[in-house]
Design a protein around this ligand. Structure first.
Ligand SMILES: [Zn+2]
Length: 85
């Protein structure tokens, strides 16, 4: 039961096609269509592994994870909160 069934793979491909307007491919980024997805285009093994899962290029991974970091630090800022509304 650990293998991805053809039906599930089809479902995921269709979902990506609806979300991004293109089907997942090993030769281009599913998010922006960049072809900079060769192993040398990624910063480290983690990014390369992430590409096999999300099919996103390094730049898109960076922007996604930057957003996540912003969210994390948004609520635990070290700076004094002196916003006056
Ligand atoms: Zn991209």
């Amino acid at each position: 039961m650990s293998e991805q069934s053809p039906e599930l793979k089809q479902f995921c491909d269709n979902l990506a096609e609806q979300l991004f307007g293109r089907r997942p491919s090993l030769t281009e980024c599913v998010s922006c269509g960049s072809t900079k997805v060769a192993p040398t285009d990624f910063r480290d093994d983690i990014s390369r592994k992430e590409f096999t899962i999300s099919k996103m290029c390094q730049a898109c991974q960076d922007s996604v994870f930057e957003d996540l970091r912003d969210d994390l630090y948004d609520h635990s800022s070290d700076e004094p909160d002196e916003k006056a509304f």
